[in-house]
Design a protein around this ligand. Structure first.
Ligand SMILES: [Fe+2]
Length: 330
C-alpha cells in the first residue's frame, strides 16, 4: 500500500530550496588575474584569506575549515592581508598552529588589530610557522619555475604604510602582486604599475542585507572599496607610462573572522576564501562578482591617522609596563 505523503506536499508547499552559497559556512570565489599577467605567468593559483582574527570571537573550527578549503584548491601560494588576531596576544600559539596547516608558501601583511595587539609578537608567531611577513617591502618568489614579485604594505589604518619604501627596487619586467590591509592604498600602487592589489579590513560590512554595508563601511567609515573587485584588470597600452594611466584592480576580501561581533548576514557578508588564477585572462570563465564602481570614500584627515598611530604606541607602552610589573627581574 502506498502511504500518503504527509510532508510538504500535504500543505501544498515545496521545501524551500536554499541556494548553494547560503548553505556554505565559507564562500569560495574564483577570479582571473589582470590581463597584464597573461603574457607573464602561466596559470599560477593564488589563495587569498584575510581578517582571520584568531581568538575568542571566531570558533577555531571555522579557522581550520577556511585553511582546509584554501588548501583543497591546490594553490601555488597563499596570501593573507592582515588582522590575524583580535585584541590580545593570548591566541598566538593557536595562530602559529593554524598557519602551520598550510603546505605551500604563505606571504602576508599585518593589519590594524595586529598593531594594536603587538606587531612584533604577531610577526614572531607567523614567522614560527614560516609565513613571510612583508613590511613595506617586496620579495620575489619562484613558483613552478615562474618568478612573481609580492609587495606588502604595512597597515595604513594605523599609519604604518610606506609606499615609497615598498616600491623601491621593484622590477617592471617581472609580474607583481601587492598586499595591503587597507584597499584604498591600491590607488597609489597602480601608479607604480602594480596591476592587482589584494586587501581586507572591511569584513564586507558583515551585515549586507538591505545594503547595510554600503552605509556602515561606505558612508560612515568612508571606504571607497567595500567588498569585491574594483578598478580594471584590462592591460595598459604597451609603452604607456603607468603614472599617467594608473590602471589596476583591487579585491577586498570579506574575511574569515571578526574582532567584536561574529554576526554575518547576507550573501556578500559571508566568510570568504578567494582564488585568483594569475595568467588567465578575465572572461575565460564565469566569475561570481563583476568589477564595480568605487564608492565616493573619504580620506582620513592627518590628525586622525596621527591619533591612530599614537593609540598603537600607547598600547605598546601599557603592555611593557604590565610586563615589568609581572616580571620585575626582566
Ligand atoms: Fe579585521
Amino acid at each position: 500500500m502506498r502511504l500518503p505523503n504527509l510532508g510538504w506536499g500535504l500543505l501544498g508547499a515545496k521545501p524551500r530550496e536554499r541556494d548553494p552559497v547560503s548553505r556554505q559556512r565559507i564562500c569560495l570565489r574564483r577570479f582571473a588575474g589582470p590581463a597584464t599577467y597573461a603574457g607573464q605567468l602561466d596559470h599560477l593559483r593564488i589563495a587569498h584569506l584575510t581578517d582571520q582574527h584568531v581568538g575568542r570571537v571566531t570558533p577555531y573550527a571555522i579557522q581550520r575549515e577556511a585553511v582546509t578549503l584554501a588548501c583543497a584548491q591546490n594553490p601555488d601560494l597563499v596570501v593573507i592581508t592582515g588582522d590575524f588576531v583580535c585584541h590580545s596576544q593570548l591566541y598566538l600559539d593557536q595562530l602559529t598552529e593554524l598557519m602551520q596547516m598550510f603546505t605551500v608558501p604563505v606571504m602576508a601583511v599585518l593589519g590594524n588589530h595586529d598593531h594594536w595587539a603587538g606587531a612584533g609578537e604577531v610577526r614572531v608567531a607567523l614567522t614560527r610557522a614560516n609565513v613571510e611577513v612583508l613590511t613595506n617591502q617586496h620579495s620575489t618568489i619562484t613558483l613552478r619555475h615562474q618568478r612573481l614579485q609580492v609587495l606588502g604594505l604595512d597597515d595604513a589604518y594605523t599609519g604604518h604604510a610606506d609606499r615609497e619604501k615598498a616600491v623601491r627596487g621593484l622590477r617592471l619586467d617581472l609580474p607583481v602582486l601587492a598586499l595591503s590591509h587597507i584597499a584604498e592604498e591600491a590607488d597609489g600602487l597602480w601608479r607604480h604599475g602594480v596591476p592587482l592589489v589584494l586587501a581586507g579590513h572591511t569584513h564586507a560590512g558583515q551585515v549586507t542585507v538591505a545594503r547595510l554595508h554600503e552605509i556602515s563601511v561606505g558612508k560612515i567609515a568612508g571606504h571607497k572599496y567595500i567588498h569585491g573587485l574594483y578598478g580594471s584588470r584590462a592591460a595598459h597600452e604597451p609603452g604607456h607610462p603607468h603614472a599617467t594611466d594608473p590602471r589596476g584592480a583591487v579585491y577586498v576580501g570579506a574575511g574569515i573572522g571578526a574582532a567584536i561581533i561574529p554576526l554575518r548576514l547576507g550573501k556578500r557578508g559571508k566568510r570568504e576564501v578567494t582564488i585568483f588564477e594569475l595568467g588567465t585572462l578575465p572572461g575565460t570563465f564565469d566569475e561570481p562578482l563583476r568589477e564595480q564602481a568605487a564608492f565616493r570614500g573619504r580620506k582620513p584627515p592627518a590628525e586622525l591617522v596621527e591619533r591612530r598611530a599614537t593609540a598603537v604606541a600607547t598600547k605598546r607602552q601599557r603592555r611593557a609596563r604590565r610586563r615589568t610589573l609581572r616580571f620585575p627581574a626582566l
